[in-house]
Design a protein around this ligand. Structure first.
Ligand SMILES: NC(=O)c1ccc[n+]([C@@H]2O[C@H](COP(=O)([O-])OP(=O)(O)OC[C@H]3O[C@@H](n4cnc5c(N)ncnc54)[C@H](OP(=O)(O)O)[C@@H]3O)[C@@H](O)[C@H]2O)c1
Length: 274
C-alpha cells in the first residue's frame, strides 16, 4: 500500500454480519482503532450493540459518510440505490467508497453517486472475522492504484485477497462469499457420519472441521491439484474409495457445482432491479 495514502476515518454503512466481521478484524489487527470507526444500522438496538461491544461511534448514514475518508457500504443490495442516494451529499473526491454488496456493479454505483468519488468493489466472506477471509477486489475507472492498494492492504490483514475482473464478481459471490455456508453444511454432515459410527458429537465436529481445515491448507500450501491430493489418500481397495463411491452415487460434484452456479445467478439478479 502507498504509505502516503492512509485514510484516517472509516464509516461502515449498514454494520450487520459482514460489517461486524470487518470491525472485529480491523480492531484485532489494529488496522483501525475503535475511535476511528463510525457505524450505522437501521435499528437503535443494533447501534447500541455495536457501540457497547466494540466501542465504535454510531451516527446517521449521512453524518457517518460526511466525516469519513473511507466509506464501506454493507447494506443489502436491495437498499443500495436508496442508501447511496442518501449518502452522496456527504461524499467528495477525497472519499474512497468500498462496496461489499453482492450484485451491485461499479457502473451502478458511479451512476448513483454521479462519479463523485473513487469506488472499489470488494467481495469478502465471513471467515475474515478470524483473519481467514477471502476477498476479491476490483476498482472503478476513477479508482487509482493507491485506492485498490488500500482495499487490498485492509482485507489482506483479514485473510487473502485477489484483484479480479469485475465480470467474475457474481461467480466469486457464489463461490467464496456463499461458500462458507456450503462448507458448514458439509462439516455438519461429515460429523453426522461420525456420530452414526459412534463418535460423540462434539468430537465428531472437531474431527470433521479439522479435516476440512487441513485439506484446504494442503491445497493452498502444496499448490497440488485437489485430485492429486485425493489420490494420495485413496489406497487401492482401501476404505476411502468405498466412501468416494458413495459420494459419487449421491452426486456430490454436480450438487456443489449447481450450488455455486445458483448462488452466482442469484447474486447477478440482486443487482438487476434498476
Ligand atoms: N454475510 C456475508 O457473508 C456477506 C459476504 C459478502 C458480502 N455480503 C454483502 O454484505 C451486505 C450485507 O450483508 P449482511 O449479511 O451483513 O446483512 P445484514 O446482517 O442484514 O446487515 C445489513 C445491515 O444493514 C443495516 N441497515 C438496514 N437498513 C439500513 C439503513 N436504512 N441504514 C443503515 N443501515 C441499514 C441493518 O441494520 P439492522 O441490523 O438494524 O437491521 C443491518 O445491520 C450485502 O449486500 C451482502 O451482499 C455479505
Amino acid at each position: 500500500m502507498s504509505t502516503s495514502y492512509n485514510p484516517e476515518r472509516v464509516a461502515i454503512i449498514g454494520a450487520g454480519k459482514i460489517g461486524e466481521a470487518i470491525i472485529e478484524a480491523t480492531l484485532a489487527t489494529k488496522f483501525y482503532k475503535a475511535s476511528q470507526i463510525t457505524t450505522t444500522a437501521r435499528s437503535q438496538k443494533r447501534l447500541s450493540y455495536l457501540s457497547e461491544t466494540f466501542g465504535v461511534d454510531t451516527a446517521s448514514n449521512i453524518d457517518a459518510a460526511k466525516n469519513a475518508d473511507v466509506v464501506i457500504l454493507a447494506v443489502k443490495p436491495q437498499l443500495a440505490r436508496k442508501i447511496i442516494t442518501e449518502i452522496t451529499p456527504g461524499l467528495n473526491s477525497n472519499t474512497l467508497l468500498i462496496s461489499v454488496m453482492a450484485g451491485i456493479t461499479l457502473a451502478q454505483i458511479d451512476n448513483w453517486t454521479g462519479s463523485v468519488c473513487p469506488v472499489v468493489r470488494a467481495m469478502p466472506n465471513t471467515p475474515l472475522r478470524i483473519r481467514k477471509g477471502m476477498t476479491a477486489i476490483c476498482g472503478s475507472v476513477s479508482a487509482q492504484t493507491h485506492h485498490t492498494g488500500f482495499a487490498e492492504a485492509m482485507f489482506n490483514t483479514m485473510g487473502r485477497t485477489l484483484v479480479m475482473d469485475e465480470k467474475l464478481f457474481d461467480a466469486v459471490t457464489g463461490l467464496s462469499a456463499s461458500g462458507p455456508a456450503f462448507i458448514y453444511i458439509m462439516i455438519e454432515a461429515l460429523a453426522e457420519g461420525g456420530v452414526k459410527a459412534g463418535i460423540p458429537r462434539h468430537l465428531a465436529t472437531e474431527l470433521a472441521a479439522q479435516a476440512c481445515l487441513g485439506s484446504a491448507s494442503m491445497v493452498l500450501e502444496t499448490g497440488k491439484h485437489p485430485a492429486m491430493l485425493k489420490d494420495e489418500v485413496t489406497t487401492p481397495a482401501g476404505c476411502t474409495i468405498d466412501g468416494i463411491l458413495k459420494l459419487e452415487e449421491g452426486g456430490i460434484r454436480v450438487t456443489l457445482i449447481k450450488a455455486v452456479e445458483e448462488a452466482a445467478i442469484k447474486a447477478k439478479a440482486l443487482g438487476q432491479p434498476d
